[in-house]
Write a protein that binds this ligand. Structure first.
Ligand SMILES: C[S@@+](CC[C@H](N)C(=O)[O-])C[C@H]1O[C@@H](n2cnc3c(N)ncnc32)[C@H](O)[C@@H]1O
Length: 488
């Protein structure tokens, strides 16, 4: 099969882990960019990228590169494209745009001009134009402009790939699935030890961990990928990829998800059930303060409240408790914690062995690694004694909404003036815009439940991907849907 260029888009901070995933998948010419990785491969690789990548949010297939310095010039060039190679008059379409150029002031206007060019192409030929659909287009085209370099691509994914299809419900502030998977892959956890998320909310981290542990493709539960409506869609090839479970493996350790909120545990269980992972993950309502010492080597990866979307009565106290529990109950293990405020990390009171900048939506966060060594409490900053305020490194203040923050505000203000602020060395100043809540645009609409029902649930309610009598997964049968809307 012929190879072509592709772009995998991701979140800032996950580019390297995505590049590694692509190399493992067999991609050629892998090159890391800003929030994207470019690569080369054939049609099978494009299907696999959509189906197997855990840290990509979409896969684009560029088909035209050109130079232009105005929206009208873009129109003229797009008007000459043979659009019937990609779509028919009866197909609905949408155009997205990303513009980094002073010559193009409005990215939406560029998208309108590409839409006009497509509509005019068909109108000239057939006297009719195809429909534009924002909500559910058959095809989505992307125009990317950097200075005067323009690229037109087809979006092979459709809905963002973080929408795995297993999420039945979400609690407040769920972690994006792509970010959760990225954190687990970055930690190096590969299913060869016990795993706990002690503040699991709707269960995203334990579910992604279970998918990784069993080497199950994150695309298993999606009902549709955009490439299924492409003119050149190779159904047999995709079926083969979809039904190949030869790399899936047994998992011999335990994955646990705890949360103090009983509603969170119910939600997590529903989501895990939809992913057929209820037998792989143990969920239990439990406060982290009651976390018992682990007997086997354990990795914790967790996303505690930051006090941004989830307001906690005693946020700093919560982080102090986290540090205390890790120190006493995770001996010989490691913990990876993503958070937003340095004040929170400080309260953990342990020395991190790694600090990785990551964005959680619009929030510039950090993923910190804590290795808990047996009996070597000197590794803990402050040892067994509680941290005094004077022990805190001087940092620039951040706008913590929580009341407890007020008590430290004056100190933070002084720290702000300190020339050698650690904060300044580690992270550029935050802009007011950084502090917005998650945007609810197409790619980040994970406040809402996806509502997608698992389409391969078995009658025994256990595994949605059980095999039928021929040893095949039943999904490709027409009554089991994903191809139901495919006209081609
Ligand atoms: C940011 S949310 C986690 C979201 C989760 N990663 C998801 O994807 O849905 C933080 C969770 O910590 C839980 N939590 C807060 N304090 C806790 C405690 N002391 N023990 C256990 N869970 C706690 C909250 O109930 C909430 O569900």
């Amino acid at each position: 099969m012929t190879e072509f260029e592709m772009i995998a888009k991701t979140f800032q901070g996950l580019e390297e882990i995505l590049a590694k995933e692509l190399i493992d998948l067999g991609a050629n010419g892998v090159a890391i960019g800003n929030r994207m990785v470019s690569f080369k491969g054939d049609k099978a690789l494009m299907y696999k990228a959509n189906f197997h990548l855990r840290t990509a949010i979409r896969i684009l297939k560029p088909f035209l590169h050109f130079k232009a310095d105005s929206a009208d010039e873009v129109y003229d060039i797009c008007r000459k494209v043979d659009w019937e190679k990609y779509m028919d008059l009866s197909d609905s379409f949408a155009v997205d745009s990303v513009v980094y150029s002073e010559d193009f002031r409005h990215s939406k206007f560029v998208a309108y001009r590409v839409k006009d060019a497509i509509a005019d192409y068909f109108r000239d030929k057939y006297g009719k134009r195809p429909n534009v659909s924002v909500a559910n287009p058959d095809l989505t085209f992307h125009i990317h402009i950097s200075h005067d370099d323009c690229s037109l691509s087809l979006d092979s994914s459709g809905e963002s790939l973080h929408k795995r299809g297993y999420r039945q419900e979400a609690m407040e502030a769920p972690l994006n699935e792509v970010l959760a998977a990225g954190m687990i892959l970055m930690s190096g956890w590969d299913g060869k030890s016990d795993f706990v998320d002690p503040m699991c909310g709707s269960g995203t981290i334990p579910i992604e961990a279970a998918l990784i542990a069993r080497n199950m493709a994150p695309g298993l539960f999606r009902s549709h990928f955009a490439f299924e409506k492409w003119k050149d869609f190779d159904r047999d090839l995709f079926e083969e990829i979809y039904n190949d479970d030869s790399a899936e493996r047994e998992f011999e350790f335990t994955i646990k998800g705890y949360d103090k909120d009983p509603k969170a545990i119910l939600t997590a269980k529903r989501n895990a059930k939809a992913a057929g992972l209820l037998d792989t993950i143990q969920f239990e309502q439990r406060d982290f303060k009651d976390f018992e010492p682990v007997k086997e080597r354990t990795v914790i990866i967790t996303n505690p409240p930051y006090g941004e979307r989830l307001v906690e009565d005693n946020l700093l106290g919560l982080y102090e408790m986290i540090g205390e529990r890790l120190k006493h109950a995770l001996i010989g293990g490691e913990a990876w914690i993503i958070s937003y405020h340095y004040e929170c990390f400080d309260k953990i009171g342990l020395k991190p062995s790694a600090k990785i900048p990551l964005f959680n939506g619009a929030l510039p966060c950090e993923l910190r690694k804590y290795e808990i060594f047996d009996g070597r409490y000197n590794d803990f900053r402050g040892g067994d004694k509680r941290l005094k305020k004077d022990d805190l490194p001087t940092r620039r203040s951040s706008t913590l909404r929580h009341k407890a923050r007020l008590a430290e505000k004056e100190e933070a203000r002084k720290a702000d003036m300190t020339e050698n602020s650690e904060f300044k060395r580690e992270r550029p100043a935050r802009k007011p815009s950084d502090r917005k809540p998650f945007r609810k645009d197409g790619e980040r609409s994970f406040h809402k439940p996806e509502g997608g029902k698992p389409f391969r649930k078995s009658s025994d309610g256990k595994k949605p991907f059980h095999k039928n009598s021929e040893g095949k997964k039943p999904f490709r049968k027409s009554e089991n849907k994903p191809f139901r809307n495919n006209k081609k």
